[in-house]
Design a binder for this molecule. Sequence first.
Ligand SMILES: Cc1ncc(C[n+]2csc(CCOP(=O)(O)OP(=O)(O)O)c2C)c(N)n1
Length: 344
Amino acid sequence: MDTVQYLDDTGRPLQALPLGPEELIQGYRALRRARHFDEKAVLLQRQGRLGVYPPFRGQEAAQVGVALCLRAEHDWLLPSYRETAAALTFGMPIHKLILSWRADPAGWGAPPGVNMVQFYIPIATQIPQAAGVAYAQRLLGKDAVAAVFIGDGGTSEGDFHEGLNFAAVFSAPLLVVVQNNGWAISVPTRKQMKVERIALRAQGYGIPGVVVDGNDLVAVWSVAKAAVERARRGEGPTLIEALTYRVAPHTTSDDPSRYRSEEEARRWEARDPIRRMKNCLLHLGLWSEEEEARLNEELEAEFEAELALADRAPEPRPWEIVEQVYQEMQPDQLAAWRYLRGEA
Ligand SMILES: Cc1ncc(C[n+]2csc(CCOP(=O)(O)OP(=O)(O)O)c2C)c(N)n1
């Protein structure tokens, strides 16, 4: 299968770009904002101010390109734990994301006007749920779409296939974005499947499958745009495979040197999505080092203000741990809740 690509590895356009100057700059700023969050989050985790955190370094374009096609108050985003960049670009406030990765219930749930479901930690359960959310939009007579993300490893799960088949059969307005980052923790993609490309599987469900250079923001954005338009027209789901790489460890608790070569990571770092996009802008005369310095200051100030907001949030109370599972607490939860409150 051909891979959709607009920029070469250094960021030079390979063909006429389908995005205007304003969109290109908006996209670059979103990429930088995501990277800034990720770098800060890893530092906070190292200081013990964040729980276990799954970094996305290297995967910014694959997430940001999709989120930029969606309208937060109209469409739906169902991210896995890896998609903080998508959540941020979609409209989740930074302090909420910080609290979320502190496992503080105050960070869970999206504010009004941001249709995002909390990050999924179990693998692949989000796919059938996203198919349902997307189908519900049709039943409600809206032209809203749902976008769901999964990793290459997650596509080995039954839920992936069930969800895709349901979405295909019911023409649900769904984008299924597989971030193929080469690894499911320590298991390489070649041990997850016998097909060469995950996008080939789309044929088995009777829907379009597209392979895109996941480190090329222009390519991801344009592929996602086409899939969103198709879904809004009522033509059903698209399976997008974004080829990318997890430069960072699987989580802050992982040590990738135990299973992959440093040389592999270095090869991918040379294809960094942010450097490519910056070079593209410089090449087109749309960016300067002064603007870069201003952007850095802006991002730093924004993050510091949001971090202060997160730090001011009240400590979660122990009994909240059982409060948010069911609409009504079950008898054993009620007992635990009373115990934690010191009432039993
Ligand atoms: C149902 C389920 N099984 C196992 C796990 C443990 N687990 C967490 S991440 C992971 C690997 C996922 O790899 P992939 O889908 O490629 O996503 P990536 O982390 O690379 O983005 C596994 C097996 C889980 N969270 N949920």
